[in-house]
Design a protein around this ligand. Structure first.
Ligand SMILES: [Zn+2]
Length: 101
């Protein structure tokens, strides 16, 4: 496996471990442009932006079987409430600690 492919595999494994699932969607190209611009304007990646929009538009339609989510005060993607803390913050902390050592 090349260095790049290994990095991608590691990143995917970390995402899955954090409770994420990848989802491929097909949209008209104009919509993709609009979505990308909106996410960029709100300083979020597309997935985080879509999650925020869904949660804002239907906060009470979440089924009780769905895991409750917590939101990070740093504005990171929502994470399962069962988790001890924001996985993105934890990852950033680890990265900073590694950079210091
Ligand atoms: Zn966070």
């Amino acid at each position: 496996m090349s260095e790049g492919a290994k990095k991608i595999a590691d990143w995917r494994a970390a995402k899955q471990h954090a409770g994420y699932k990848s989802l491929q969607l097909w949209f008209p190209i104009e919509f993709v442009g609009q979505l990308t611009a909106l996410a960029y304007r709100h300083n979020q990646d597309i997935a985080s932006y879509i999650m925020r929009m869904v949660q804002q538009s239907a906060p009470h339609e979440v089924s009780p079987t769905e895991a409750p989510m917590k939101s990070c005060k740093e504005g990171h993607a929502p994470y399962p409430a069962a988790k001890h803390g924001c996985p993105t913050c934890a990852r950033n902390r680890k990265r900073r600690a590694r950079a210091r050592s």
